[in-house]
Design a binder for this molecule. Structure first.
Ligand code: CUA
Length: 385
């Protein structure tokens, strides 16, 4: 018994000092894989603030954000490298921990045995081996990594060009080759198309990411980064409005970093064509409420633009999102709330309650004015999807 306790104590000492860090690795890989599988089934998103829960409409492909089961070639290539790295790491884990545990047991101190183990210094064979083996293992990881990096550094001739610009705390998307469309918080792309994203920031460092598409690129102030990838194919090409993916800023960028989200909408080629054609339709002003809303919007025009209206003539660099065809967007407030009259009113009433630190001020509009500007901006003529 005494012998066993002695052995246990020694083993534990060895484990704590030697393999503690390795022990964390194996279970964490399995936990990551298991939880991402479980989370992929979940479809209800916790609201950022307030006590309501809402269904994330048809965001069924990607809720919550899951990078393990990617849908683009880019993300499959990344996961392939990730898998190789995992296999090599698991191999190293067992190659180190099994001999270590064996050695701890085999050469433990035995009661009554006062002899000192054989003392020696240096072993050329061993030293060469534990230099060469890690080099080979690292090459196993490095070669596929280089291949993927070089493969995706190439920008195809026919790539769709989109500019993704980070702001505290929302994303702006511009389509310089498609009539200079400017939109916010909702990226629209045709399926199966090579895309060249040019990414930068207007203030602090942000990072552009649609987890299921793979890739990820920092948005830096004063420097343009390029990210090239092909959009995923549609799972159900007959579905009107295509399929939505969740996007998220992944660089801590201030108080509302976690609320800097966006939707990435993949549509068919023909739907994309019609979106680029009709997206500059100015809002219709037909009802009394829309007329009143148009008046209210004049007070918003120092920061926001709606194409085809006098707000376009106001000079200067507008700090708020471009609200052209606002009615066609699924979300408001940096992709954090559904675009409904109720959420729109809550946002305009007090933006800071929904997104702390937001530059959008509380304009002190009356409930009637909020309803009118909602009728003007959120009208169904602007709904493409
Ligand atoms: Cu922008 Cu985090």
């Amino acid at each position: 018994m005494k012998n066993f306790r002695h052995f246990l104590k020694q083993t534990l000492n060895g484990v704590y000092s030697g393999v503690g860090s390795f022990m964390v690795f194996g279970p964490s890989v399995f936990l990551t894989l298991a939880t991402s599988r479980l989370l992929a089934e979940e479809t209800v998103q916790e609201p950022a603030f307030g006590d309501q829960k809402w269904k994330l409409f048809d965001v069924s492909l990607d809720t919550p954000m899951n990078t393990i089961s990617g849908l683009t070639e880019w993300s499959r290539d990344i996961n392939h490298v990730y898998l190789i790295t995992t296999v090599v790491s698991v191999f190293v884990f067992f190659a180190v921990s099994i001999p270590l545990c064996y050695t701890l047991y085999k050469f433990r101190e035995k009661p009554g045995d006062q002899s000192i183990p054989k003392q020696f210094h240096g072993n050329a064979t061993l030293e060469v081996l534990w230099t060469v083996i890690p080099v080979i293992l690292l090459l196993f990881i490095a070669i596929p990594t280089w291949r993927v990096l070089f493969k995706h550094a190439h920008v195809p001739e026919n790539a769709l060009h989109i500019e993704a610009i980070g702001h505290q705390w929302w994303w702006e998307f511009r389509y310089p080759d498609n009539g200079n469309i400017i939109t916010a918080s909702e990226l629209v792309v045709p399926e199966n198309t090579p895309i060249k994203f040019t990414i930068w920031s207007e203030d602090v460092i942000h990072s552009f990411w649609v987890p299921k598409w793979g890739g990820k690129k920092d948005a830096l102030p004063g420097h343009k980064n390029v990210l090239t990838m092909s959009s995923p194919p549609l799972k159900d090409p007959s579905k009107k409005g295509g399929e939505l993916y969740q996007g998220q800023c992944v660089e801590l960028c201030g108080a509302s970093h976690a609320l800097m989200r966006f939707k990435a909408r993949v549509v068919s080629q023909s739907e994309f064509e019609s979106w680029t054609q009709t997206t500059y339709t100015p809002p219709r002003v037909e009802t009394a409420s829309q007329r009143a809303g148009e008046e209210v919007f004049v007070r918003c025009a120092a920061c926001h633009t709606v194409a085809g209206t006098p707000s376009e003539q106001i000079p200067g660099n507008k700090i708020g999102p471009n609200l052209t065809n606002f009615g066609s967007r699924t979300t408001i407030a940096g992709g954090t709330r559904p675009n409904t009259a109720e959420h729109f009113a809550a946002w305009v009433r007090n933006p800071a309650a929904i997104k702390p630190g937001s530059l959008m001020p509380n304009l002190g509009l009356t409930e009637q004015e909020i309803a009118d500007v909602s009728a003007y901006l959120r009208q169904s003529t602007n709904k493409q999807f």
